[in-house]
Design a protein around this ligand. Structure first.
Ligand code: AMP
Length: 544
């Protein structure tokens, strides 16, 4: 039997745009609670949310934002993020999600590559002064006409829209199509530089609706969303999943921290919780964990990185999320391809990434021949259907490498499928490290370290870690007679890279393990590192 599965579907796909979906929910549940942003002390009903979105959309029309224009958002979790998400969708502009941890070079790359015309930015976040950083790169961004800082700038954007008649907005909306690109998310992709996965209304709305269905959402559900909005997990599965089902979006804090998340669950009586494995581990380890009443929890999703079986079991038993699920996917597939079902037995719900979602196909292929492998044999997971992105923004060659002529997205993830279609993720063919749910492409860090005057050669690998899943390790050789301390190298990286890309471990080596043809063998480096750093226990953790 071949490793191929197609997801049966009781529910039809929707041909709505995101604006239409929001309007339908606001009409159905005008007084239902749509959104709670706890750190901002904001609570909005669906009719209030829809009205605020309408006003931001009018503000965008007032400054002549055209269909297809790129509008960037650089902010941690805030209501304004979501208002802009829906407002851009209503006027047909493409929202470009910018990672809140970016440093100036990363910011300039994302804004420049996508040609962002207008950027909405928070004033600052943690130790990052966003306004300063934007100013430092603005000269290199000719397309960037306008920067709107959240606060008075944002208020004037909205005020400026008051003169725009609602009919103009409706005319604009009538011209939109659900297949229009509506969102660009930068991801490491399967190889190379960050690429802008370009997604349509149809892509992300349908994936979110499908997942909301699997979780059995209704307007009685309250979904705790501590995952970042810049990723599909937040703005897609989170925000759009609530819009399609009428469930409430609950934002615990600007960015993930265990205690505000636990407080949000307890005080808002959340029924569902989302997180990458690291977030669940941090919540379970919080000293306050035992003090809180989490009995309202029913379901949720763990995803984004390999999910440890033991952590899943603790979420079922100790967090009361009896119906917790695992989803597997990637930004390029909107994001989820497979998911466990609430009706699956406990073993399968904790030790597999489930089965293919409705309207989706998955297969597992031999990465060299492309042939579909028999069940229970490892190979590269591919997925196909409405969920596959339109392509990487202005990068046809990378798109052609990722999505083949038959429409299959080649994920770069190694997986096994059993006869009933349950999938296990067993490794990665792509050169990618996932630290606490953040994807890191080693070459980006290697290129930065190469710029250091003392460094002759560098290789960056991921090593196992019980909390973060993986941590980064850099192996270096120095130029003759030169050297640098770990602290100097760390500081050098900190100035140039988001904090999560700064290696934790450093090793000076005379040479790297190579094949006879001179190709560095990262898997060997990983074995050496596990032995030298004593990481055998973390390396042995069983995941879904
Ligand atoms: P992203 O594009 O940021 O969503 O990252 C996608 C990658 O995360 C996938 O290609 C996988 O390598 C990994 N990933 C996502 N979900 C899971 C999961 N449930 N188990 C294992 N790996 C996962």
């Amino acid at each position: 039997m071949r490793s191929y599965a197609s997801g049966p579907s009781a529910r039809a796909l929707t041909g709505q745009t995101i604006g239409e979906a929001l309007a339908a929910t606001a009409a159905r549940l005008p007084d239902g609670l749509a959104l709670v942003s706890r750190h901002q002390d904001v609570r909005l009903t669906w009719s209030e949310l829809a009205a605020e979105v309408r006003d931001v959309a009018r503000g965008l029309l007032a400054i002549d934002i055209e269909p297809g224009d790129r509008v960037g958002i650089w902010s941690p979790t805030r209501v304004e993020w979501t208002l802009l998400q829906f407002a851009t969708a209503r006027v047909g502009a493409i929202l470009v999600n910018v990672n809140p941890a970016y440093r100036p070079a990363e910011l300039a790359y994302a804004l420049g590559q996508s040609g962002v015309r207008m950027l909405v930015t928070a004033p600052s976040f943690k130790t990052s002064d966003y306004v300063d950083m934007v100013a430092s790169v603005r000269a290199s961004l000719p397309a960037l006409e306008r920067v709107v800082v959240l606060g008075p700038d944002w208020d004037s954007l909205v005020d400026g829209g008051r003169s725009v008649g609602v009919t103009r907005l409706h005319e604009r909306e009538a011209a939109l199509d659900c297949d229009d690109p509506i969102n660009i998310q930068y991801t490491s992709g399967t190889t190379g530089n960050p690429k802008g996965a370009t997604l349509t209304h149809h892509n992300i709305l349908n994936n979110a609706a499908s997942i909301a269905d699997v979780l059995g959402y209704s307007d009685a559900d309250r979904v705790c969303i501590p995952v970042p909005l810049y990723h599909c997990f937040g703005m897609g599965i989170g925000n759009l999943g609530c819009v399609s089902s009428g469930a409430t979006m609950v934002y615990p804090a600007e960015s993930f921290a265990p205690d505000p998340t636990l407080d949000a669950i307890a005080e808002e009586r959340c029924t569902s919780i989302y997180g990458v494995p690291t977030m669940f581990i941090a919540m379970l380890e919080s000293p306050h964990f035992g003090d809180l009443d989490l009995t309202s929890l029913r379901t949720g999703i763990m995803a984004g990185a390999p999910c440890p079986v033991e952590v899943m079991k603790r979420v079922v038993n100790e967090m009361h999320a009896q119906e917790i699920t695992i989803a597997y996917g990637m930004t390029e597939t909107s994001p989820a391809s497979t998911m466990t079902r609430r009706s699956d037995d406990l073993d399968r719900r904790t030790s597999t990434v489930g089965t293919v979602l409705p309207h989706v196909e998955v297969k597992i292929v031999d990465p060299t021949t492309g042939a579909t492998v028999p069940t229970r044999s490892p190979g590269e997971l591919c997925s196909r259907g409405y969920l596959v992105m339109r392509g990487y923004w202005e990068n046809a060659s990378a798109t052609a490498e990722a999505v083949d002529a038959a429409g299959w997205m080649h994920t770069g993830d190694l997986a096994v499928m059993d006869e009933e279609g349950y999938v296990n993720i067993v490794g990665r063919a792509k050169d990618l490290v996932i630290r606490g749910g953040e994807n890191i492409y080693p070459r980006e860090i290697e290129e930065v370290l190469f710029q250091h005057p003392a460094v002759a050669a560098v290789q960056v690998i991921g090593v196992p870690d019980a909390r973060m899943g993986e941590e980064l390790m850099a192996w270096l050789t120095f130029r003759e007679g030169d050297s640098a301390t770990d602290d100097e190298l760390r500081e050098f990286c900190r100035e140039r890279l988001a904090h999560f890309k700064v290696p934790r471990y450093w090793k000076t080596a005379d040479e790297f393990p190579m094949t006879v043809t001179g190709k560095v063998q990262k898997f060997k480096m990983r074995e050496v590192a596990i032995a030298e750093l004593g990481l055998e226990e973390a390396a042995g953790i069983q995941t879904a």
